[in-house]
Design a binder for this molecule. Structure first.
Ligand code: UT7
Length: 348
């Protein structure tokens, strides 16, 4: 049976370190509040003009490809997960294909926010299991710093997020003792607006308030207007406590689902890589599953929440630190906007 394994992994974070104290220059917050509520000490912000979501993804991808022992010419397909693309369209996948001078392979963008990378891995895994592709580049990258409200109004969101990228090469293998065992994807859109960025978008809520009929005078203003900007609708909006409450239920659920599907118990896990949303969420999950400190990897302290990039960055750092060896049972799990949540269980 053909399976997919992670043949190479890489990460890239910008050199600019932004501490909690630096954020107090822009908004009413404190280092103490941020550390106590989230565990975050600092995060990275990309260079304003020279770095984009795609360029960071490219840097991570180069390392992953080199570590896989292949070249860009061996890549059969690209899956790029992000919520902060360089352009509204086209997606980052094609920009990465161009930047890396790849063959004219397919490029797919995944828009599943915090669970984007795990979703992207699952998509790539299916293409490999069917035998369609041998080497797939899966990237998760974000440039959040460009789209956050740095006034006190946006402080509950903006202190959390950071920039960065992670990438893996998923490769087909016939080795029965290695690779992705299963992936598990879920969504529930009931509370889609609890964690969302409303504009630019085509929902036209803003205009619905003013006039239900199409108004020629407004035509150039419908997609993005001064009023939308004044109402901060071009920034992410989050009801943090509600997201927290659902996250601590869905994370353990989807991890247990992956373990049960493969007849494993939490104690069998070498390492859990949870999406780095909040250290308190990860600690809650650890407690609930009765995992010891060695079984859960966290690096949110250094990078904040990097959304689609957080799982591959954490996985990469854990691997580089020697915490994952061949044959180890590893679980990737994520929860976020949508809501969407997902897990992947693999033998390294
Ligand atoms: O990865 C995507 C998924 N996202 C998540 O998983 C996020 C889940 N939620 C969270 O991580 C937490 O809810 C937050 C870290 C966002 C917020 O922590 P919290 O303990 O839930 O705080 P809260 O939102 O209930 O706010 C408590 C207080 C409020 O003030 P009052 O109303 O008690 O006076 C906020 O206005 O803290 C205030 N506050 C802040 N104070 C200082 C909110 N943000 C800040 C801030 N600095 N940055």
């Amino acid at each position: 049976m053909v399976r997919s394994k992670i043949a190479g992994i890489g990460m890239y974070v910008p050199s600019n370190i932004v501490t909690n104290n630096e954020l107090t220059r822009y908004m009413d917050t404190t280092d103490e509040w941020i550390q106590e509520r989230t565990g975050i000490k600092e995060r990275r912000y990309a260079h304003r003009t020279q770095e984009t979501t795609t360029t960071m993804g490219v840097e991570a991808a180069k390392i992953a490809i080199e570590r896989a022992g292949i070249t860009v010419n061996d890549i059969d397909f690209i899956v790029f997960a992000t919520l902060s693309p360089d352009y509204y369209f086209p997606g980052c996948g094609v920009l990465l294909q161009r930047a890396m001078k790849m063959k004219q392979v397919g490029a797919l963008d995944v828009r599943n926010q915090c669970s984007g990378f795990v979703y992207a891995v699952s998509v790539a895994d299916q293409f490999i299991k069917t035998g369609m592709y041998k080497n797939i580049l899966v990237v998760g990258a974000e440039k959040h710093s460009f789209g956050l409200d740095f006034s006190t109004r946006g402080r509950n969101v903006s202190v959390i997020f950071g920039d960065g990228a992670g990438a893996v090469v998923l490769q087909s293998t016939n080795d029965e003792n290695r690779g992705i065992l299963s992936t598990h994807l879920h969504s529930d859109g009931t509370d889609a607006e609890i964690l969302a960025m409303f504009n630019p978008g085509t929902h036209a809520n803003h205009w619905r308030e003013q006039s239900a009929t199409f108004n020629e005078a407004e035509i150039g203003d419908m997609f993005m207007s001064h009023a939308m900007v004044e109402k901060a609708e071009n920034f992410p909006n989050m009801d943090g406590p509600s997201v927290f409450k659902t996250a601590v239920v869905k994370f353990p659920e989807v991890i247990m689902e992956a373990l049960a599907a493969n007849n494993y118990q939490p104690a069998d896990l070498k390492l859990l890589i949870p999406h780095q949303a909040n250290l308190r969420i990860a600690q809650f999950v650890q407690q609930k599953l009765k995992l010891n400190d060695e079984q859960v990897f966290n690096n949110i302290q250094k990078y904040g929440n990097t959304t689609a990039a957080s799982v591959p960055i954490a996985l990469c750092e854990a691997w580089e630190a020697g915490k994952i060896k061949e044959g180890d049972l590893v679980c990737l799990a994520a929860f976020g906007s949508g809501f969407t949540w997902a897990s992947a269980l693999l033998k390294w």
